[in-house]
Design a binder for this molecule. Sequence first.
Ligand SMILES: [Mn+2]
Length: 403
Amino acid sequence: MGSQYSYTTEWDKRPKSIMQFDRKISKQSVREVFDQLLNDQIPSLEDFQWVITQAAQYFKTLPNHVQLQTKRNDRFIMVGDMHGCFETVIRLFVGDQATQIEPLGFPGDIVDGRRNIYIFNGDLVDRGGSGYQIVFMLCLLCLTSPEYTKINRGNHESDMFGASLAPGMGHKYMFEIKEKFPGVDLSQIRTSVSELFCSLPICHTIDQQVLVVHGGVPMSSEVQTINPLNGQIQFTSKAQPYSLKTLDNLYPSRFQTPLLEDTPKTKNQLWHSFLWSYDRQPYAGEFMAHNGIKSIICSHTATPYHFITTLLPLEGGAEPYAIQSVTRGEDTFQKVQEFFMERPNLARAKLSMVEVFSSPTNQGQMFASVLNETAGTIDPDPLHWEYKYLGSHTDFRFIQPEQ
Ligand SMILES: [Mn+2]
């Protein structure tokens, strides 16, 4: 099989044994599971399937758009694509001594007087060699600490990628499971994995001001929704900014969308926008203004640094919005700060998109964005957030795939 895009690490390849797993799960037992994962133990397929099935049942009770309200001293930690690298989870929760990465702690932990709430922004699997551990651990955390552990669906949480049985670029998750359990009947586990993927919500908002979504946002266009009164498909009559209020009537429902890019123009255009689009276009500003969103945190783009796109109204507040400042690189924050220092009148009008990527499979650096509650509400300005460095891809020893 040997995909050319294999990012299996030496850690992934250390011999693994099957853990003893007690299905009476609790916050405490999940910590013990984490220690076992850390020490090269993995769950049996039966236990894995049990956990992801329980988690899917929980996720199905959530709306497409989960609205969060900050509480005093909350700390939101946004984790971008992890792409099958369990080492990212390790670095987040317990740090890494060898590379001096300080831990952020587990979901629900109180660190420096603030409580951790994690939002994992999709693309948990593929490319790396330990997506099995990531999915298992995060599902357990969602089951035992749901108020502190959130997951958005990414485009790899689909039958096209993560649950695909076809070998090829990016299609790695099923082969990772096959490598761990050579005798597995993949068709059976695949069904449960696909069901879990489809159960994940599309996006979260914090205090109705910060939107966290894997890909991007839809452009203004005719959209399909389902009428909740009669179940019929309806179209909005003319081009207008997409309203987040209608997201829970999205058609087809997320449980019917294992194939996200299946003829997106006619069937899944909105799904495509939220989970696939790389567009950082002016219409995002229209969307944000219409929905009262100040900042969007997205992932999906394999950015080697944090990438902030700042959208501003054109001179005089005219529509549509224009991208006035795009910065990329190590000095992103300095550049954005300088931009606004030179233009003090623009400070109140700015809308931002921040991209966060947390996997070493990207030939770049890994980050998480950290937002602290201030004065009873979230601060939506990305210049006030912390950017937690999780390491560089050079920290990891990748194993070359056999040809
Ligand atoms: Mn993606």
